[in-house]
Design a protein around this ligand. Structure first.
Ligand code: BES
Ligand code: MN
Ligand code: ZN
Length: 498
């Protein structure tokens, strides 16, 4: 994608589409004012007559408007001017793109970046413009037999700015937004692929492909015999019932000198049937999304590598398929984790923590500055937080703040749940060091507690994305979350955000 910034009048710029807006009570956005003047008040008349609405999410497409050089003007409703925040901004851009997505628009100009958005600036407005456009135009067509790509052939995005300083910020925001959008799209693709295609081996190949041709990035794949040698019997217990070989994917991006690395660990269960503790039938297909943690950390790596950020970043993905079978782990089995701690597996459907604990132990060798695991870990987290906030658990208050703030800036939010040691009581086992489940109550937190038993001495946080990684229903599909939050976390750690 190409970007440019402009300080010129919205009516005087040639483009396939220019986006302007109208607030409640007929207040026009700066770009809309330009268009209105050029058209001798036509826009105001349309607002007055009710043909153009100020309601958030509405968009009216005006073609061949007098005095305007652009082929189309997308007039979007912006709601109350006093409540125009980042969320409203993104919603407006999404509505505009939605209304032109069937056209063959090649370039557009967003003038809404001139508006006063309380919690934002030129950098973030540009970034959110590019990310939102990527989100709305994303299509998953790989598995359709008629592969005709009907996507709008957008090649150039213009951003209106008020000053030279804002232009510099906006260009950087657009560049970052483009890279994040690529990471999000990759994460969505991996999530949306069916489980018979996106196997552990497929994830491994994808990680290798990303590293190819990038001198700073290497990918290593650890196979089952090496896992045995390393003592990863907890991870191996999950893969016992399937013929698909498990893979431990290790990606290392080195561009930060001698600094200790940020380590991201992503749950990669390419299909979670529950194993012997079999899940019920309805919506079981959605358990193909149980590798979205893996997809998000690989996506974040793609973003960071594309931007060549000055940082050391490692990604570790335990990838397995969880199936029942004659060799499968059964409830009551006790396994020894790589850490040496023994685990009584009371439910084979609590498999995410069983693969993550060994991946966390393995990651100690990198002496991480900070380690964050990302997992579609518990249905309980969906009950607690729904689909708007990712669950965040950590013993480290400063790290919690850092992650929450990254989520706010990136519009990809997390909410902290209490991870006090009280909850660890629920994991007690009569036969092993502890069990892999802690009962129904506080299920997201006891899962976090379980992982916490493997992160002693590490600066660690856990993100439960069970509610945020994909959408169900008619719009079923991966969201690519939390790639924006994780990218923001890395960007701000390298002071790359102005
Ligand atoms: N992958 C699931 C979690 C999940 C369930 C995410 C539904 C999104 C929607 C995980 O492996 C799982 O099965 N967790 C169990 C844990 C329980 C057995 C302690 C759960 O949440 O029911
Ligand atoms: Mn499960
Ligand atoms: Zn699972």
């Amino acid at each position: 994608m190409d970007y440019f910034t402009t300080t010129s009048n919205a009516a005087k710029r040639a483009a396939d589409c220019v986006i302007v807006g109208v607030y409640d009570r007929g207040k026009l956005s700066a770009g809309a004012k330009d268009i209105d003047v050029a058209s001798n008040g036509e826009l105001r008349r349309l607002v007055k007559s009710g043909d153009v609405s100020s309601k958030p999410g509405r968009c009216v497409l005006l073609t061949q408007l007098g005095g305007t050089r652009a082929a189309r003007v997308a007039v979007v409703g912006l709601g109350k001017a006093s409540e125009f925040d980042t969320r409203a901004f993104c919603r407006a851009v999404a509505a505009a793109i939605g209304s032109i997505s069937d056209t063959r628009c090649k370039d557009l100009l967003n003038t809404l970046t001139l508006e006063a958005v309380e919690d934002s600036d030129a950098y973030y407005l540009a970034r959110h413009t590019v990310q939102t456009i990527g989100d709305v135009l994303y299509r998953f067509t790989q598995m359709k037999s008629s592969r005709k790509d009907s996507r709008m052939p957008l090649r150039k995005i213009g951003l209106s700015v008020a000053s030279r300083g804002d232009a510099t910020k906006a260009m950087l925001g657009a560049k970052h937004g483009d890279a994040i959008s690529e990471g999000v799209s990759l994460a969505k693709d991996l999530g949306n692929l069916p489980p018979n295609v996106c196997t552990p081996s497929y994830l491994a190949r994808t990680a290798q492909k990303i590293a190819k041709g990038n001198g700073k990035l290497t990918t290593r794949i650890i196979n089952e015999s090496d896992m045995k040698r390393l003592g990863m019997h907890s991870l191996l217990s999950v893969t016992a019932g399937t013929n698909e070989p498990a893979k431990l994917i290790v990606m290392q991006y080195r561009n930060g000198g001698k600094a200790k690395p940020i380590v991201l660990v992503g749950k990669g269960v390419t299909f979670d049937s529950g194993g012997i503790s079999l899940k019920p039938g309805p919506a079981m297909d959605e358990m193909k999304f149980d590798m979205c943690g893996a997809a998000s950390v690989i996506g974040t790596m793609a973003t960071v590598a594309a931007l060549q950020l000055p940082v050391n970043l490692n990604v570790v993905v335990p990838a397995v398929e969880n199936l029942p079978g004659s060799k499968a782990t059964v409830p009551g089995d006790i396994v020894k984790s790589m850490s040496g701690q023994t685990i009584e597996i009371l439910n084979t459907d609590a498999e995410g923590r069983l693969i993550l604990c060994d991946a966390l132990t393995y990651s100690r060798r990198f002496k991480p500055d900070v380690i964050i695991d990302v997992a579609t870990l518990t249905g309980a987290c969906v009950v607690a937080l729904g689909s708007h906030h990712t669950g965040l658990m950590t013993y480290d208050d400063a790290l919690a703040d850092e992650i929450v703030n990254a989520g706010i800036s990136a519009s990809d939010r997390a909410w902290r749940l209490p991870l006090s040691k009280d909850y660890a009581e629920q994991l007690k086992s009569n036969f092993a060091d502890f069990a892999n489940i802690g009962g129904r109550d506080g299920g997201a937190i006891t899962a976090g507690c379980f992982l916490g038993k493997f992160t002693d001495g590490l600066k660690w946080a856990h993100l439960d994305i069970a509610g945020t990684a994909w959408k169900s229903g008619q719009k079923k599909g991966a969201t690519g979350r939390p790639v924006p939050m994780l990218s923001e976390f890395v960007l701000s750690r390298c002071n790359a955000v102005p």
